[in-house]
Structure formats: C-alpha cells, structure tokens
Ligand binder design. Structure first.
Ligand code: SAM
Length: 251
C-alpha cells in the first residue's frame, strides 16, 4: 500500500470526486483535499454540493454541470483545464458518471489529451453488491430502466441472456412496479433489495420477486434502492436462515 505522500494537485487535471451516498463519514481524506485545493468544483447541483463543502469547512467556486447543460459546460471545463485549472467534478451523491453526469466531460478531456483522475469513494452499486450475498465475480450494471412499461419489459427480457448478477438502480416510486415485472420475467431468481445504504435505516431484503412484492403490501418501502437479481446460474445463495420467507437484515 502506498503511504500518504501529499503531492500538490496537478494543473490541467480533471478530478472525479466521489461523495457520500448518505453517511457523511464516508467522505475520503483525499476527496477533502482535492475539494479544498482545486480551482473550481463542477457540481450537478451547486446548492447541494455547496452544503456539503460548507459542512467540511471548504469554500471553493462552484460551476453547475448537469444533464441538460453537459455539452456546453464540458467545453467550458475543457477550456479551463487547457489553461491549467484543477477542476473537481462532483455529483449529488456517489461516484460521478455512474447513473450521473460525468461521462461526456471525461471523454472530452481524454480526447483533448488532458489528465483525468478518479478520486474513488462511495458508490451505491459497489456497496449494495458486495453486501448482497449474490455472486460478485461477474455482474452487469444496468442502472435505471426506461420509464415506459413496454421498453422496461423489453429490456428486462433481453437481460435474461446476460450472465452474472444484474444490478439496477430504481426510484422508490417504481420499486413495486419493478418487483411486479421481476415476478413475471424472473420468477425463480433470487432478488436482493439494498435499501438506504450507509443511512440509519439501511437494510437488505432477500427473497424471490413475489415474496418481496408481498412484503410491499405489508409495509411501504421508502428510500433509495439498489435492486439485484441473481444470475440464472447462481445457486446456493444465503437467505438469512429463512428458507421460504423474506430474509431481512438491518444494521
Ligand atoms: N452516482 C451514484 C452512485 O455512485 O451510486 C448514483 C446516482 S443515481 C442518480 C441515484 C440512485 O442510486 C438511486 O436512485 C438509488 O438507486 C441509488 N442509490 C444512491 N444512494 C443510495 C443509497 N444510499 N442506498 C441505496 N441506493 C442508493
């Protein structure tokens, strides 16, 4: 393991800074230093990131960079980098570029021969998968499904052929809908819901899609979710010692 030497940030570098997905203790020392020492923080939501910086006693100029101004802002960020700026990119939570803005400016920076560094840290996908008990050696990250029912079904059906654990992000408003779809398309697969990772009410719910769907009839499932579906080939999965029922584990 490399020891913490503290070289200054490099001019003309784009730093992709992961930020907490719920628990502020998950910010890394390196993320704090990059945020403190950069010239500008490009943020998905400047108000929200401003609050995060304030919490850590950091004050830096903020530039908005979100889905609908990504193209224009990417050019502007590239110009700043060409002039030697150190730019940190953050999103509302987690790792930039993972179901969040980032990909466009990263591509543009690489095409322009500029340096891009990943300041690694929280990511709901990794937190959920590693604690799920499902196979982690091969997985397919889907992110959010389309909103329209037909498109969702087509995508879910096409994913049946994909080996490994499937990982979805889903909004709390569509979690029931997704479980219903999984009950039809993946009735025999083991599913794990990772809810409210790193937060007070974090829990993992495990079962067949129909079992989890039945659970939503008993209690409303709120908060943020990562939904994981075991690959067709997965066997011998832990169910928290509750073979035929939904196994939930809180922290
Ligand atoms: N870039 C982020 C990352 O690295 O995970 C993801 C951003 S995406 C817009 C937000 C989605 O990530 C949520 O709808 C949910 O599916 C998942 N997510 C984020 N935080 C979460 C948490 N604390 N617990 C469970 N899922 C979470």
């Amino acid at each position: 393991m490399e020891t913490a030497t503290l070289p200054p940030l490099l001019p003309g570098t784009l730093y992709l800074v992961a930020t907490p997905i719920g628990n502020l203790e998950d910010i890394t020392l390196r993320a704090l230093r990059v945020l403190r020492e950069c010239d500008v923080v490009a943020a998905e939501d400047t108000r929200r990131s401003g609050q995060l910086l304030k919490h850590f006693g950091i004050s830096r100029p903020l530039l908005s960079y979100f889905q609908f101004n990504e193209a224009r802002r990417s050019e502007e960020i590239i110009e700043r980098l060409r002039h030697g700026a150190k730019v940190a990119l953050v999103t509302d939570a987690g790792s930039p570029g993972i179901s969040d803005p980032g990909e466009r400016v990263v591509k543009a920076a690489i095409a322009a021969g500029l340096r891009v560094e990943s300041v690694v840290g929280p990511c709901a996908l990794v937190g959920a998968l590693t604690a799920s008990g499902l196979p982690t050696d091969e997985f397919h990250f889907v992110g959010f499904l389309p909103h329209k029912s037909g498109q969702r079904r087509n995508r879910l059906t096409a994913l049946q052929a994909v080996p490994g654990t499937l990982v979805f992000y889903e909004s709390p408003y569509r979690i029931e809908k997704l479980l219903g779809e999984l009950a039809e398309i993946y009735p025999a697969r083991e599913v794990v819901l990772a809810r409210e990772l790193t937060k007070k009410f974090e829990e993992f719910l495990r079962g067949k899609p129909a079992e989890l769907l039945a659970l939503t009839a008993q209690r409303s499932l709120k908060g943020e979710f990562v939904v994981m579906v075991a690959g067709a080939e997965a066997a011998d999965l832990p169910r928290g010692g509750m073979p035929a029922a939904v196994a939930a584990s809180g922290v």
